[in-house]
Design a protein around this ligand. Structure first.
Ligand code: ZN
Ligand code: ZN
Length: 296
């Protein structure tokens, strides 16, 4: 099995363990804030499962049915996660509303906080592991997962401090207030996830700076060509598609123009991770901006 996949499986196991502990912490105390923290963990389990399948599908090589590969599976699962996250936030807000209307004191707050603290410690340790290997193996999915987990650890720390203050101050409304804050945070992360994934599904162009690098690489390696135009780029998970027209002198031989293309392709592959390049060669009367090698 792929090592990234193994780590994704580990995330599922850790997610289920943490969810169980956090749910227990809620059951022991009846705290809505701890309930919201537990629900956030359901999101983590769902995310981990989706990430597992996304990594499995998106690394499947292209086949007759999907000649461009399966990279977009990652976006599809991320949109699904976004929907789940929004549902979790709505559930939390509903509970928080009930808590505002009928505030009730917490039962066994210390025991609940200890259990929740243990769960967050497990989460923090797993987060460090994911960060290390995500960087090492250059897997954006793992690094993103680690980042998400880290925000959870921070949120949980805030919730623990807040819930501890409830019995100390006797301010019962603090519990639903905290839960609402967690819900807003959950909504925000869901929105960001969906926003990015929908951009990928809709074939958004490369970000400004990457696009600038692509243009630079083309024009620096296009010696012998006259112009490059109709540059189109899009991203599909780890893969970046680049296509453009390359104008060369009409008298240039096919082999010569092919070696210009190979040179550009080599440079792009080195400079842009996961680049898949298609170049359409044209004779000079097709040039839009004669003179130099401008990339339009
Ligand atoms: Zn053209
Ligand atoms: Zn070729």
């Amino acid at each position: 099995m792929d090592k990234t996949l193994k780590l994704a499986l580990g995330s599922i196991a850790v997610g289920i363990l943490v969810l169980g502990l956090k749910y227990l912490a809620y059951k022991v105390t009846g705290s809505i804030a701890l309930y919201s923290d537990a629900l956030e963990s359901t999101v983590n389990v769902a995310t981990a499962i989706a990430a597992f399948f996304a990594i499995r599908w998106s690394t499947t090589p292209p086949d007759a049915n999907h000649p461009y590969g399966h990279h977009k599976a990652e976006y599809l699962s991320a949109v699904l996660e976004g929907v789940l996250i929004v549902i979790a936030a709505i559930l939390v807000m509903h509970e928080a509303y009930k808590g505002f209307i009928a505030p009730r004191p917490l039962e066994a707050p210390l025991r609940g906080l200890l259990i929740n603290g243990a769960a967050s410690t497990v989460n923090a340790i797993w987060c460090v592991i994911l960060f290390r290997y995500g960087r090492l193996w250059r897997s954006p999915a793992l690094v993103a997962d680690a980042r998400h987990l880290w925000t959870d650890v921070v949120t949980s720390a805030g919730v623990i401090v807040g819930v501890a203050l409830v019995p100390l101050t006797g301010w019962l409304q603090l519990d639903p207030i905290l839960a609402t804050l967690v819900a807003v945070n959950i909504l925000w992360s869901g929105w960001r996830l969906m926003r990015e994934s929908i951009g990928g599904l809709m074939d958004e162009a490369l970000p400004e700076e990457t696009l600038a690098r692509v243009k630079e690489l083309i024009s620096a390696n296009a010696e012998g060509a006259i112009e490059a135009h109709d540059l189109r780029t899009r991203q599909a998970g780890r893969v970046t598609f680049v296509e453009f027209h390359l104008v060369v002198p009409g008298t240039m031989s096919v082999s010569e123009s092919h070696s210009v293309c190979d040179r550009i392709e080599g440079a792009l592959r080195k400079g842009v991770e996961g680049a898949i390049i298609t170049i359409h060669v044209e004779p000079e009367e097709k040039a839009k901006h004669p003179g130099g090698v401008p990339v339009v």
